[in-house]
Design a protein around this ligand. Sequence first.
Ligand code: NAP
Length: 274
Amino acid sequence: MTDCYGVIGYPVTHSKSPEMHNAAFNALKIDACYDKYSVKTEDLAQQVSLFKEQLSGWNVTVPHKNNIIELLDWVDPVALAAQSVNTVINENGKLLGYSTDGYGLEKAIEAEFGVNIKDKYILLVGAGGAAQASAVHFAAIGARKIAVVNRTVSKAEFVTDCIEKLSPEVATYFGGLQELPSDVSEVDIIVQCTSLELDETRELDFSFTDISSDAVCIDMIYNKKTPFLQKAEAKGLRIASGEQMLVYQGAKAFTMWTSQEPSIEVMKTAVGIK
Ligand code: NAP
């Protein structure tokens, strides 16, 4: 019988995950399919109980990464600490939650810039589910310092609290979007983690004035050079958008579902990376 998978979010129409996973299933001759499901927050619980009968696993995107946790039977301790799940495995009706976002971002930064996270100073702009999961992952793999700035400052503080509990050796800073740390000129890696510029008409109010041109800048948003990336490029930073993160977070989810390693090349081609 065909195994069915999918991605659940709102909005989700822009998602490239179906192309990527279906290409990887085909390449390995796995009898499976992957679709996208547009689900509003108020319908999440009902949809999850349907998925329990219909899907073998699924990805979770904006805005459900946190809300889905209470609907699962078990959540990986790191995903639980970050309060963010992007991958669900349906093990005979028992729903298990994980996050592969941090791993995907780590691998994307390595692939795009040849930069390893160890001993680096990272500035996360945004503190949603993907930022939370990435911060906890980066702290666990040896980042030197992690600063988080966000529109809602309490969420940035939540992220740094998580890091302090799990990896107390990592230095932290939190603040609002216009409250950059005083040592921001030492930042090695900037990650744009907000969803604001998914909207073509909007631009995040962020200043690169004190940022070093030696830093690298990656945007989690994929398939476009956002205004944020354009400003970073104008300042002389090396930039990348989120396609490789998409591929690597997806590849890890694929392996969790199927116990097989997908072809990264096939997945990259499917999302338009040459
Ligand atoms: P999320 O949990 O919904 O978080 C959204 C983030 O955007 C929060 O920091 C939120 O700030 C901020 N934000 C939203 N509207 C804003 C506004 N008007 N002004 C300022 N900040 C605003 O989403 P997520 O799952 O973390 O995803 C974040 C982005 O990363 C999305 O664009 C998503 O598509 C992308 N993403 C890409 C990949 C990939 O593989 N490339 C993987 C995961 C996520 P507040 O806390 O103040 O609301």
